[in-house]
Write a protein that binds this ligand. Structure first.
Ligand code: ARG
Length: 285
C-alpha cells in the first residue's frame, strides 16, 4: 500500500480545491451547456469520469436565479448524508442544500441517480449542483468545480468480526468491496494484488461482506457506522485509511453559481446552521 502517495495526493487535492474555490479558469475540457431546470426523473448519463452527456437540453444560459429551481443530483443510499425516509430524501446534504437554495431564493429539487452519473448530470445541465458526500479529488476537479468544503470524512475498512484483517496492510491480496466510482474504489486500486468488487450501493457491498463473498469494504466513515449497525457480525477497523473533504460539485462554466453557493455556505457556517444540521444526524460518541 502506498500511504505516502495517498497523503501526498490529498494535499494536492486540497490545494486544487482551494484554487477551484477561488474560481480558477484552468482546465476546462468539458464545456457543457449551463444548467437548466427542466430535469427528467432518473437522469441517466453515460461516462463515469464526467464527460458531458450526448444529448443536451440547456438553453445555453444558466437559469439558476432567484425564484427558480435548484436541481441537486445525489445518490440517496448514503446515510446520514442522503437517504430515504419513506419517499422523502433526507439527511445532512439534503438539508444543507435546502438551506443553500433558500439563501439563493430558489426551490430545491433532488434527483436521485447512480453515484457515477452525478458529475455527467451536472455537465449536461440536468442538475445544477452535486451534493452526495462527494469528496474533492484531483480527477473530479478536471471535470467540475467544487465549493468550499463543508465537512471532512475518512475512508474506513469494514470486516467481519472474526476477520484476520486488522489494519490497512492486511488488505493485500484480499477481495475488497466498494461503491462504484467512489474514493473507496480509487483507494482499493492502490492495494497490492487485491481484487475489487464494485457495487452500485455501499450497502450492497456490506451485504456481500456479511455473506462472506468479499473480505472487506472500504467506504466513508459515517455511512460505514450506519451500515454496520444494520448488519450482523461486522466491525469497523480503528485504523483510518485517509481523510477527505466533502464539497458541492458545480459545472465549470457556472462560476456565478459557484460564487453564490460559496457565499451561502459561508453564511450558513457563520450562523451555525451547517453545524446544527450535522449534529442533528451525527451524534457524538
Ligand atoms: N466520499 C466518497 C466519494 O466522493 C463516496 C461518496 C458516495 N456518496 C453517495 N451519495 N453514495 O467518492
Amino acid at each position: 500500500m502506498k500511504k505516502k502517495m495517498i497523503s501526498m495526493m490529498l494535499c494536492a487535492v486540497m490545494t486544487a480545491a482551494m484554487v477551484a474555490g477561488c474560481g480558477s479558469k484552468e482546465a476546462e475540457p468539458n464545456e457543457a451547456p449551463a444548467a437548466g431546470s427542466d430535469v427528467e426523473e432518473d437522469a441517466e448519463a453515460p461516462a463515469e469520469t464526467g464527460a458531458p452527456a450526448e444529448e443536451t437540453e440547456g438553453e445555453g444560459e444558466a437559469e439558476v436565479s432567484e425564484g427558480g429551481t435548484l436541481v441537486m443530483a445525489t445518490n440517496a443510499y448514503f446515510e446520514p448524508y442522503e437517504y430515504y425516509e419513506g419517499d422523502q430524501i433526507v439527511g445532512i446534504d439534503a438539508e444543507m442544500a435546502a438551506a443553500v437554495a433558500e439563501k439563493l431564493g430558489m426551490e430545491l429539487q433532488i434527483e436521485d441517480m447512480e453515484f457515477d452519473s452525478i458529475i455527467p448530470a451536472i455537465n449536461s445541465g440536468k442538475a445544477d449542483i452535486g451534493v452526495a458526500g462527494m469528496t474533492v479529488t484531483e480527477d473530479r476537479l478536471v471535470n467540475v468545480n467544487f465549493s468550499n468544503p463543508y465537512t471532512t470524512a475518512t475512508q474506513v475498512i469494514i470486516v467481519q468480526e472474526g476477520s484476520e484483517i486488522a489494519g490497512n496492510d492486511d488488505l493485500e491480496g484480499k477481495i475488497i468491496g466498494v461503491q462504484l466510482g467512489t474514493t473507496g474504489d480509487i483507494f482499493a486500486e492502490d492495494v497490492t494484488d487485491a481484487t475489487i468488487e464494485r457495487y452500485n450501493k455501499g450497502m450492497d457491498a456490506v451485504q456481500a461482506l456479511s455473506n462472506g463473498i468479499i473480505d472487506a469494504v472500504i467506504i466513508d466513515n459515517e455511512p460505514a457506522k450506519q451500515f454496520v449497525s444494520k448488519a450482523e457480525g461486522l466491525k469497523i477497523l480503528d485504523e483510518e485509511f485517509v481523510t477527505e473533504e466533502y464539497a458541492i460539485a458545480i459545472a465549470k462554466d457556472n462560476e456565478g453559481l459557484l460564487e453564490k453557493v460559496n457565499t451561502a455556505l459561508e453564511e450558513l457556517t457563520a450562523d451555525g446552521t451547517i453545524q446544527s444540521i450535522i449534529d442533528k444526524y451525527i451524534t457524538a460518541e
